[in-house]
Design a protein around this ligand. Structure first.
Ligand code: NAD
Length: 344
């Protein structure tokens, strides 16, 4: 069973929870807005299902309220940013803003973010850059969250290490490729464990090497509304795309994790932190003649005109499923499984 709640009241409700938990009203509002934005995009795994976990992190002090980031290295085109365990919804937009400002001045910027609370749906940050007219590329790791087996293995070595690319299109929705390098994001297993959409068979692997879709392999035993602790399971999530996805996950760990100073995923780290390396490129500097948007438009038509594999199906672009879901859920509301709502 599900309950359906309109986006604005859901945002306000989440904002109130965090304001009551000791965050500023502004920070509560940001947490509400970004979590609900993930639900609106169809990524329920990164939406309000996270409220109990964020609230626990706030309560036990592993995530801190209202943090202003430190800029550890600052050159015209590079910044190394320390999020100091602030909420991802607060420290990530600060880091992205630094990248946008540097890129606008110089045409190019590279910014790392370390020790960030959960940055949520990485597509939000590509969309923020795209709104400023910039292309962006993000390599992310989630240190302290060892969940994914490397290609050929059954023991966890990677985080779900997302990768994201955003391309702005004047007057249109940006193109946003944004995915976990695991077959499914951990939150999708969380949603499945709470009675939501099941994960595909083979998204998980048991210690015996057998492919599975059973969330217990990640969380061990749990009650319907009780906490989910991914250190309790004996299995792993699988990396997507065999050796290729596993290799991309490895590079996200090195670039989002090691190069940012966050540290590649380490079971002994204890405290969760997202690390992110982001590149920002101003297409107006690389392409003053304006070829890029025209060629994108032409190429998009060419790609979408491919004959679909199944009759009646449609070729979608990166970001298109999210944009469509946003339109639908803004009109109809956000459906939440009863267990998710009860846990909040
Ligand atoms: P996913 O498997 O749903 O893939 C999403 C991507 O694929 C999007 O770019 C989407 O536009 C595109 N897509 C989906 N269906 C398509 C179709 N039919 N045709 C063309 N393109 C299509 O995403 P996921 O791996 O489950 O990740 C979900 C979210 O989890 C992402 O937003 C990611 O940033 C986030 N995440 C965050 C963390 C973190 O630590 N903060 C960790 C892992 C994942």
């Amino acid at each position: 069973m599900t309950v359906t709640i309109k986006a604005k009241p859901l945002e306000a409700f989440v904002a109130d929870i965090f304001a009551s938990a000791g965050c500023s009203t502004e920070e509560g509002g940001r947490i509400g807005r970004y979590l609900v934005s993930a639900n609106l995009s169809g990524h329920d795994s990164h939406g309000v299902v996270r409220v109990p976990r964020y609230a626990t992190q706030k309560k036990n002090g592993t995530v801190l309220p209202d943090v202003t980031v430190d800029i550890v290295v600052d050159t015209p085109v590079i910044a190394v940013v320390d999020g100091k365990y602030g909420f991802g919804q607060t420290v990530t937009p600060q880091a992205v803003r630094i990248g946008i400002d540097k890129c606008r001045k110089n045409g190019l910027a590279a910014v790392t973010l370390r020790n960030a609370g959960h940055v949520g749906r990485v597509g939000d940050w590509a969309e923020m850059a795209a709104e400023a007219g910039l292309v962006s590329i993000h390599f992310v790791n989630a240190s302290g969250s060892v969940l994914v087996a490397p290609y050929g293995g059954v023991e966890r070595r990677f985080s779900t290490a997302p990768y994201c690319v955003g391309v702005p299109r004047p007057g249109q929705d940006p193109l946003v490729l944004d995915f976990a390098t695991s077959i499914v994001a951990e939150g999708k297993v969380l949603v499945a464990s709470q009675g939501g959409k099941k994960v595909p068979d083979g998204a998980l692997v048991g210690p015996d090497g057998k492919p599975s879709s059973d969330p217990h392999l990640l969380y061990g035993e749990y009650t319907p509304t009780g906490p989910r602790d991914h250190s309790k399971g004996t299995g792993a999530i699988q990396a997507f795309g065999d050796h290729k996805g596993s290799g991309l996950a490895f590079m996200c760990e090195l670039l989002g994790g090691s190069l940012s100073g966050n540290g590649a995923t380490d079971p002994k780290r204890g405290r969760f932190a997202n690390g992110m390396l982001s590149f920002y490129v101003d297409p107006k500097v690389l392409d003053p003649a304006g070829f890029f948007p025209q060629d994108i438009a032409k190429y998009v038509d060419f790609v979408k005109s491919s004959k679909p594999a199944a009759s009646g199906a449609e070729i979608l672009l990166p970001g298109e499923p999210e944009a469509r879901m946003r339109t639908k859920r803004l009109a109809e509301g956000v459906p939440l499984p009863d267990d998710t709502w009860a846990a909040i």
